[in-house]
Design a protein around this ligand. Structure first.
Ligand code: GLN
Length: 199
């Protein structure tokens, strides 16, 4: 079977690091700047950065509808940090969501000023040893719908979760050499693609 191809939305934020981690995880990867590029992809990462800015640029360049279609067609999405906020159905204190695909409510900058950024070893369901997790002005998942599987908590707060073909993490998995969460996502993409081939 040929390698899966996973794009990284490149409107703003940590793009090159995700591409490197995806390649280490055995996928082909590329930066995505135009909606047409989605046609070549099996999965997409929405990186960290500033969710309001990413959301605005997504609207401006027509990514909102196209990524919803991409997901509806069976392709997995992985949102990290700001990307988690972009995928959420509900954002605390804001009227509007961005993609609004995942049944979670999120709080932005939820760790407060004292803990703007920190690192920890985080046990994640489905991954053997704890993953080195870098949190930067990170969001938290405050509520998760019945179909959301929580994969990791930090101080009893939800920081990694999956719902069907959607994966999110509060932290930045691309900023360390530990690419196992990218490997997990590549597995979801492979599974989705083989399901598609059969169906
Ligand atoms: N605080 C940012 C936001 O609310 C997310 C931070 C990040 O992606 N590192 O969009």
């Amino acid at each position: 079977m040929s390698k899966v191809k996973i794009g990284v939305l490149a409107l703003q934020g940590a793009v090159a690091e995700h591409i490197r981690s995806l390649e280490l995880a055995g996928a082909d990867s590329m930066a995505v700047k135009r909606v047409e590029q989605l046609d070549e992809l099996d999965g997409l990462v929405i990186p960290g950065g500033e969710s309001t800015t990413i959301g605005k640029l997504m609207r401006k360049y027509g990514f909102i509808e196209r990524i919803r279609e991409f997901h509806a067609a069976g392709r997995p999405l992985f949102g990290t940090c700001a990307g988690l906020i972009v995928l959420a159905k509900r954002i605390e204190g804001q009227e509007e969501s961005h993609l609004g695909l995942m049944d979670i409510s999120v709080a932005r900058n939820a760790f407060g000023r004292q803990r703007e950024s920190f690192e920890t070893d985080l046990p994640i369901k489905g991954i053997d040893e704890p993953v080195r997790a870098v949190f930067i002005r990170a969001p938290l998942i405050r509520e998760a719908g019945a179909n959301v599987e929580v994969l990791a908590t930090y101080n009893e707060e939800m920081v990694t979760a999956r719902e069907g073909r959607l994966l999110v993490s509060s932290f930045h998995p691309e900023l360390t050499d530990d690419y196992r969460l990218h490997e997990y996502f590549a597995g979801m993409v492979r599974e989705a693609r083989s399901g598609e081939a059969k169906g």
